[in-house]
Design a protein around this ligand. Structure first.
Ligand code: PBG
Length: 323
């Protein structure tokens, strides 16, 4: 039935009407806010590459988490910057490391905010790789043992959800077993299942001080050209015991989010990464784009592609815009 019988504009006449027929919604309850935790107390310094985001000590992280909770956001994901880095990332899996300290501080202050931790060695290793190295080689099986210890340290401190982002093979099973073996059968495992070797992580590497000192991450993170391989990675992680999966980055990988959503019946998360945030912030600071409209459109597109959950540096801004 063509024009004049069909007039799609009838459904766009007013904001009430548009809201009535809107297919996709983003709410603060879908969003997770990343926090970068540093050693010490009363520390709060803005991250140059992520305007509006801060390096915070555990006490300040707890303050920030209270704000995140009061904004109605789902939770926080913690990244740690240790006092000292070494080749095997020791401070990443000690019970008194920066992340366990922050988890305890946040859990003491917040009632039901979800506390999620990133499980990866790259912030803790002196060479900046996501695993232990042997020459130029990032060793898979030796690494997953350490990741399992890190996940248990986070769980002991009170993390609700652990999220391995290293892309070693078999780490989901190793982590699940270690959690269960230590009595943490209820801790949720959110795996970064399809994580690409991406230029969009640039600003994060400054924030986490985790740029590899040699080589790059292409022997473990995925080739941006591959989508079918993402389905294989997700299938393997689910088989190994992941409860939910992440596709990362988000914006250049909307097709991947969509395909994962269509194929698997588990919650799908997408990481709206640092480079995606920084592009919007930088252009907005120049007055070239409207930050609120652009960020909202990006988050909506990620939800429309099929993500249930979005990890985003825009989480607090978005919650304020929609208040
Ligand atoms: C750690 C990790 C990275 C990000 C999340 N976890 C960096 C990387 O793999 O190099 C990137 C997050 C972002 O860019 O916002 N492996």
């Amino acid at each position: 039935m063509p024009f004049p019988e069909q007039r799609p504009r009838r459904l766009r006449r007013t904001e009430r009407l548009r809201a009535l027929v809107r297919e996709t919604r983003v709410t603060p309850a879908n969003l997770i806010y990343p926090l970068f935790v540093v050693p010490g107390a009363k520390k709060r310094t803005e991250i140059g590459s992520l305007p509006g985001c801060f390096h915070v000590s555990a006490d300040e992280a707890a303050r920030e988490a209270r704000e995140v909770e009061s904004l109605g956001l789902a939770g926080v994901i913690l990244f740690g910057l240790p006092a000292h880095k070494d080749p095997v990332g020791t401070e990443g899996y000690t019970d008194d490391g920066v992340v366990p300290e922050a988890v305890r501080a946040i859990r003491a202050e917040c009632r039901d905010l979800l506390v999620m931790t990133d499980v990866c060695l790259c912030e803790y290793t002196s060479h900046g790789h996501c695993g232990v190295v042997d020459g130029e080689d990032v060793r898979n099986d030796a690494t997953i043992e350490l990741l399992a210890r890190m996940a248990v340290a986070h769980a002991k401190a009170g993390a609700h959800i652990v999220a391995p982002s290293d892309m070693m093979d078999g780490r989901v099973r190793a982590i699940r077993r270690a959690l269960d073996g230590n009595g943490f059968t209820d801790v949720t495992l959110l795996s970064y299942a399809a994580k690409y070797a991406s230029a969009f992580y640039g600003p994060f590497r400054e924030a986490a001080d985790s740029t590899p000192q040699f080589g790059d991450r292409r022997t473990y993170q995925m080739d941006p050209a591959n989508a079918r391989e993402a389905l294989k990675e997700v299938a393997l992680d689910l088989e190994e015991g992941a409860d939910m999966v992440i596709v990362k980055p988000a914006l250049s990988y909307l097709d991947v989010i969509h395909r994962v959503r269509e194929r698997f019946d588990v919650p799908v998360a997408a990481y709206n990464v640092s480079g995606e945030y920084a592009m919007v912030k930088a252009a907005a600071q120049k007055g070239w784009v409207d930050e609120q409209r652009m960020a909202t459109e990006i988050l909506t597109s990620i939800r429309r592609a099929g993500a249930d959950i979005i990890l985003t540096y825009h989480a607090k801004d978005f919650a304020r815009w929609t208040k």
